[in-house]
Design a protein around this ligand. Structure first.
Ligand SMILES: [Zn+2]
Length: 171
């Protein structure tokens, strides 16, 4: 599946209580890029993604997989959480290198399952060699996501991955 696992649809639309019209625009933007699904990962806001999922399931069934999530700070890292079927959570580091960390590997613990290798907004700050090293050390899935703050940016980067693979790594 083509999945963009890090998007800020609330910030992109400036509407924090998703309406049918807003959700229609989100679904259209993701489908225009050929995506099968998106993670909806507002900052410190789980409810937004779950509400979007509810509206999609009710009004646009089967058109786009919605994975509710949120983005939170964890020490010096930005961590994106995805709430998966079976009550499990997949966590990955968003744009490692922004904010800057001295030793990426030592910031990561075993609650983390993945890490972004590419992010269109922060590629310049992301040291791919350091990210690959941290990923090897902690057995992390390498990801690339849009981190979209505009609907037109959804799907700028995405992953070819199955939900099963995310679930298998989640805790
Ligand atoms: Zn983000």
């Amino acid at each position: 599946m083509k999945l963009d696992l890090h998007t800020h649809c609330g910030e992109a639309t400036c509407v924090y209580t998703p309406t049918l019209d807003v959700v229609k625009r989100i679904v259209a933007a993701a489908r225009a890029k050929g995506l099968d699904g998106i993670g909806i990962t507002e900052h410190y806001n789980k409810a937004y993604g779950f509400k979007v999922k509810e509206i999609v399931d009710q009004h646009f069934p089967g058109q786009l997989l919605i994975i509710p999530g949120q983005e939170v700070d964890k020490r010096k890292l930005h961590v994106v959480e995805l709430y998966l079927p079976g009550d499990t959570t997949f966590r990955f580091v968003g744009h490692p290198g922004y904010p800057r960390v001295e030793d990426l590997t030592s910031e990561i613990d075993d609650t983390i399952h993945g890490i972004e290798l590419r992010n269109p907004t922060h590629d310049d700050e992301m040291d791919q060699a350091a990210i690959r090293k941290a990923a090897r050390k902690h057995n992390l899935l390498l990801l690339q996501n849009s981190d979209a703050h505009f609907l037109s940016d959804i799907g700028k980067y995405y992953n070819e991955i199955s939900i099963e693979e995310l679930c298998a790594r989640a805790s």
